[in-house]
Design a protein around this ligand. Structure first.
Ligand SMILES: [Zn+2]
Ligand SMILES: [Zn+2]
Length: 249
């Protein structure tokens, strides 16, 4: 009753708008995005590749996509809460660029649901790190916020050691070149500790958006070199533009 009255009061006094669709928020105390926008998050539907989670042309296509049939990846299973499109794209923009960090737990809840297979049996989640300069400019690492919402131990065992140009808008080949050697084991805790901790463990990389997969692949290779048993990947969204055989990462 009190919440109802407070919602009404906030609605009248402040008239906050949904951070995604800009419509009036009926329940502003529930968060900066309206229920309709959450309901219309473009979810991914089967059939999908059992390994990378990309859409398959038909359920007769077999368990793997063309790319996974062709190529080994350090990521053994990857899933995402939805397509990087429509309301999910706008929610992630509000979270990441609009600094609406309060959206992280709701995004993480969608990820837990979509990524149950990935998280099952994992020892910890590992957020994809930002370069310290970028983290300082943004004030937070969006992957870290999402990782903390997954209800698992969070191991910050990676670091971004090269400060490349923003990946958005670059062609796939360029992205792969940029991210190669851009990640390493974290120096804090000192690397022998990180290495000891990772040996024979199952971990899940966490990021906001999977585009070409190059970033996840680069991080997974560092973890594999450190002796992990398996690396999964879970992102809030994935870009699924028309790409014939998208590379995983
Ligand atoms: Zn909305
Ligand atoms: Zn695949």
């Amino acid at each position: 009753m009190l919440a109802l009255a407070t919602n009404a009061l906030v609605r009248v006094l402040l008239a906050p708008a949904c951070a995604s669709c800009d419509g009036a928020l009926d329940h502003p105390l529930d968060g900066p995005v309206c229920a309709t926008c959450w309901q219309h998050v473009p979810r991914l539907t089967p059939p999908w590749c059992v390994r990378c989670g990309d859409a398959l042309p038909s359920s007769n296509a077999g368990p793997w996509c063309v790319r996974c049939r062709r190529r080994q990846s350090a990521v053994t299973i990857a899933r995402s809460a939805g397509r990087y499109d429509d309301s999910l794209r706008r929610i992630i923009h509000a979270f990441k660029y609009g600094k609406r960090r309060v959206l992280a737990p709701q995004l993480a809840a969608l990820m837990r649901e979509a990524g149950a297979d990935v998280l099952a049996g994992a020892d910890a989640v590992v957020p994809v790190p930002l370069h310290p300069w970028r983290a300082m400019r943004r004030g937070f690492n969006q992957a870290d916020d999402l990782a903390r919402g997954l209800g698992m131990p969070v191991w910050r065992v990676l670091r971004r050691c090269r400060h490349g140009p923003p990946q958005a808008g670059l062609p796939a080949a360029q992205r792969h070149a940029n991210v190669r050697a851009a990640y390493a084991l974290s120096l804090s805790p000192p690397w022998p500790t990180a290495r000891r901790r990772l040996r024979n463990r199952a971990v899940v990389l966490v990021d906001d958006v999977m585009t070409t997969g190059a970033t996840l692949e680069a991080c997974a290779r560092v973890l594999a070199d450190a002796g992990v048993r398996s690396v999964g990947a879970l992102t809030a969204a994935r870009a699924v533009a028309a790409r014939p055989h998208p590379p995983l990462g």
